[in-house]
Write a protein that binds this ligand. Structure first.
Ligand code: PLP
Length: 440
């Protein structure tokens, strides 16, 4: 088992494994963003438990990545593990409809404000593609309006960045192999800027099928919507007959059971969920108004199916996850721990004289170095001092706090319900030590 593996490795085990990986895995990794830019290799884990992650040498880390946000209950939550074991015992892994699918969909319709109908998918990316396809069909329009830096998955319609300094407002591909023609159907505007949004709608009047956003911009760390901004999007899209899609892949369940739409009291037409929904099993969902959702096949002409869609282990894990999240007081407690952690970490940086801003909502946060003022735009998030961020992350890793970093993107981080007050106190102590080191 893993114990034997942990016992055998040498001090350079990660370096050796990475050298070996590069002989078989493209780029030495199984996902581009799993390469840790500050380590110069991926972090290799052997196991995880609750708030902890263990490396090849058996060293324990308090995890502030939590599977990119996929695990909100804590690693290896007993109820999730039991649910997965029941699924294995049933012998059905995928491609069968079961009563569990119906039960999970019923629960989502109860707890997610926009959900009158649900369709399951495998990944957040797939769910967003389906939501956009649906919007294009029901409106008969082509264009998609997104916000700078909002992440909706590595698929063609989303793999663009706003053209800057080119005199053109046609977005440019953010990946090789993406035809720039896709960019003609895409409008990218700054987040939290209602005037820029209105101007873009006026420029593309009658052409926009959908507006898609992260209702809390967690892929920029954590940029909440400014007061009234989501309501503005809701009102303007309604007036223009545009489908409003909240990509709640990361914000879902993070600060309220019903996600950002419940927290801010703004209900989109469609939303997508993944990550925390199934505690790390691959499961996503498209939720929304019945009159839109019923255009999906077989009831309507909009294609959506797949061998692994609604695979049973994910469905069972999601049922167990929602049951745990529905226990009384979960979100009050989560909010209390989050507020305390963010406040105390901010005071630590301030006392140490380190220019840093920690900004969080619910279980996820952004850490911005080189500034103390609130971050409200993507431009401010990416302008963060990378050298200081690097020293911070490496100082934390050395002392057993795991922070991931994404190549070329602002750092984002999060904790879980398994991070109790003792864990957070320990993390704050480490952060204090690292902050003092940075100040020297
Ligand atoms: N949307 C958001 C907001 C995300 O954070 C992610 C994360 O990866 C995705 C979509 C893509 O989801 P997935 O990685 O499951 O395809």
């Amino acid at each position: 088992g893993m114990g034997a593996l942990v016992g055998q490795v040498s001090p350079t085990a990660a370096g050796q494994l990475y050298a070996e990986a590069r002989q078989s895995l493209a780029g030495g990794v199984t996902a581009g963003l799993r390469w840790h830019p500050y380590l110069g290799r991926p972090f290799y884990a052997t196991r995880a438990e609750g708030p902890y992650l263990y490396d090849l040498e058996g060293k324990r880390y308090l995890d502030f990545n939590m599977a990119n946000g996929a695990v909100l209950l804590g690693h290896g939550h007993p109820a999730v593990n039991r649910a997965v074991q029941l699924g294995l015992a049933a012998g059905i892994l995928t491609a069968s409809e079961t009563e569990h699918h119906v039960s999970l969909a019923t629960t989502l319709c109860r707890v997610i404000p926009c959900a009158e109908r649900v369709r399951f998918a495998v990944t957040g990316t797939e769910a967003n593609l389906v939501a956009v396809r649906l919007a294009r069909h029901v409106t008969g329009r082509r264009k998609l309006l997104t916000f700078a830096g909002h992440f909706h998955g590595l698929a063609e319609p989303f793999l663009f960045r706003a053209a800057e300094g080119t005199g053109s407002d046609v977005p440019v591909p953010a990946s090789g192999g993406v035809p720039d023609t896709y960019g003609q159907d895409l409008v990218i505007v700054p987040w939290n800027d209602p005037d820029a949004f209105d101007r873009a709608l006026a420029r593309h009047r009658g052409e926009v099928a959908a507006v898609i956003c992260e209702p809390v911009h967690y892929n920029a760390g954590c940029i909440p919507p400014l007061p009234g901004f989501l309501a503005h999007l809701r009102q303007r899209t309604q007036e223009e007959g545009i489908v409003l899609i909240f990509d709640e892949v990361l914000s879902g369940f993070r600060m309220a059971l019903g996600g950002a739409q419940e927290f801010y009291g703004v209900t989109p037409d469609l939303c997508t969920l993944a990550k925390a929904l199934a505690s790390g099993l691959p499961l996503a969902a498209i939720c929304g108004r019945a009159d839109l959702m019923e255009h999906l096949s077989p009831a309507g002409p909009v294609a959506h199916s797949g061998t692994y869609t609604g695979q049973l282990l994910g469905v069972l894990a999601a049922r167990a996850t929602l049951e745990a999240l529905e226990s009384p007081g979960v979100y009050v407690e989560l909010g209390r721990r989050a507020a305390r952690f963010y406040d105390e970490a901010q005071s630590i940086f301030d006392r140490a004289g380190i220019p840093a801003r920690i900004q969080g909502l619910g279980a996820r946060f952004g850490l911005y170095f080189g500034r103390r003022e609130p971050v409200v735009t993507w431009a401010e998030a990416v302008a963060s001092d990378e050298a200081l961020h690097r020293r911070f992350v490496l100082g934390c890793l050395k002392r057993g706090l795991y922070f991931h970093a994404y190549l070329g993107l602002p750092g984002h981080a999060g904790f879980s319900l398994a991070h109790d007050d003792d864990c957070l106190d320990h993390a704050l102590n480490v952060i204090e030590t690292v902050a003092r080191e940075l100040a020297r």
